[in-house]
Design a protein around this ligand. Structure first.
Ligand SMILES: [Zn+2]
Length: 427
């Protein structure tokens, strides 16, 4: 691990000058000023085995091992609970505090890399969307961001999405990053005393060529009648996630149609038996939904698809992740819709639901410019949405023809990531 030559930890909001003082956050509300409970190295219960261990890691940049309670303000704490090493830090404030790590004496070269965090959310009702900002010596900033589900009540590894590569209109010099700032950004409607724990920040590798992973959810028949012909004309295949109890219903694909899709190269993935939000279900109920659909897929000849899962309603929990990863190579969730440079956790692949073509174009451009994957998915395609979907596909096709991107399925993504977790990390 790279050592910092200097440390400072403050509760400033992003966009304000660095100082040790509390300041106002981005939405204008005053930061917490009352003292908060401290938990210095007292909370050291062992953590359950989690999927953050299982995947290629990249390089740890910041492990917060040397942060001391007296370095950080009252919104933050240091605790002996950790996914790696012997401690983590947590944020227990209710507004947009941040913590900054200073590398000015030995700047970091973070060119052509992505970012991942090992985090844990505790006592959240909705979740958080932590930011990581990279800042060069001139104050130019690159911002990563990702969503953390409230149900991520154990350590998870999240791959950060490119939120804004030029926060102030100028991209930073990524070869000489002097400051990294973490901002927990709890959802505004949180009540109680939620905590977001940070174990470590990782630099992840990047792809040589941008990837687009086309997907469909819920087995709508329009995926067969509308999307299939368009994709076939471009020589593409997709991943469609089906809810097995719905197969053959009125406006859903039937078995024959799914078989035809598979014969043409599509994979038919797992979207549970009845489409519940898995968060809040018992382990037995989660197993029945996940394993029941997987068994149906295998019995009906969709072996490859049975390795890939999409969470209905983005509802995941510690238990659900554990059940899914037992028998699936990938799990897809919903994200903040921006591209991820390199997914190092295939159990939480970020998807973008029903994007309009204007957004597809913007995000595909960003994916190409900065590398990474974009994984959009669609539901029912009718009327105007068919035309808009066609526009999206035409744009992706044009960029593919220019050699700027590859269109791949979820199983191909898994293979390109190293499949069994043995990815040789670059960069
Ligand atoms: Zn669904």
């Amino acid at each position: 691990m790279r050592r910092r030559n200097a440390l400072y930890y403050t509760a400033i909001g992003i966009g304000t000058a660095l100082s040790g003082c509390l300041s106002r956050d981005g939405d204008g509300s005053a930061s917490e000023s009352e003292p908060r409970e401290r938990a210095s190295a007292v909370d050291s219960s062992p953590e359950p085995e989690s999927e953050w261990r299982s995947w290629p890691a990249g390089t740890a940049i910041e492990t917060v091992e040397d942060v001391r309670t007296e370095d950080i303000d009252e919104n933050w704490g240091v605790t002996g609970t950790a996914a790696t090493g012997s401690q983590s830090i947590y944020y227990a404030g209710s507004t947009n505090g941040s913590v900054a790590f200073d590398y000015a004496d030995d700047p970091l070269d973070l060119t052509e890399s992505g970012m991942a965090l090992i985090v844990k959310a505790k006592d959240y009702s909705t979740g958080a969307s932590p930011f990581v900002e990279l800042e060069d010596g001139d104050g130019n900033r690159w911002r990563f961001r990702q969503r953390v589900s409230a149900a991520a009540d154990g350590w998870i590894r999240i791959d950060l999405a490119i939120d804004d590569p030029a926060v102030d209109g100028v991209e930073p010099d990524l070869s000489a990053i002097e400051t990294i700032r973490l901002r927990p950004s709890p959802s505004s409607n949180e009540s109680g005393r939620p905590r977001l724990y940070f174990d470590s920040l990782w630099r992840t590798p990047s792809f040589d060529t941008a990837k687009v992973v086309l997907q469909f959810d819920d087995g709508h028949e329009t995926q067969y009648t509308e999307a299939f012909p368009i994709l076939s004309s471009y020589g593409w295949s997709a991943t469609t996630y089906v809810t097995t109890d719905w197969i053959g219903n009125d406006d859903r694909c039937d078995l024959d149609q799914l078989e035809e899709l598979q014969d043409d190269g599509w994979i038919v993935g797992n979207h549970t038996v009845t489409h519940p939000n898995l968060r809040g279900l018992s382990v037995e109920e989660v197993e029945a939904e996940v394993e029941g659909a997987r068994e149906w897929l295998i019995e009906h000849g969709f072996q490859e698809g049975a390795n890939h899962f999409a969470y209905p309603e983005n509802g995941y929990s510690r238990d659900a992740i554990d059940v899914v990863r037992e028998h699936h190579q990938t799990g897809r969730v919903s994200s903040l819709s921006y591209p991820v440079v390199f997914p190092t956790n295939p159990q939480l692949v970020s998807g973008d639901g029903d994007p309009e073509s204007s957004r597809v174009e913007r995000i595909v451009d960003r994916t190409i410019e900065h590398g990474g994957i974009y994984a959009p998915y669609w539901h029912r395609l009718t009327g105007e949405t068919v035309d808009d979907f066609r526009n999206s596909m035409e744009y992706i096709r044009a960029r593919e023809r220019d050699g700027d991107l590859e269109v791949i399925r979820m199983d191909e993504l898994h293979r390109q990531l190293g499949g069994d977790g043995s990815t040789a990390t670059r960069g």
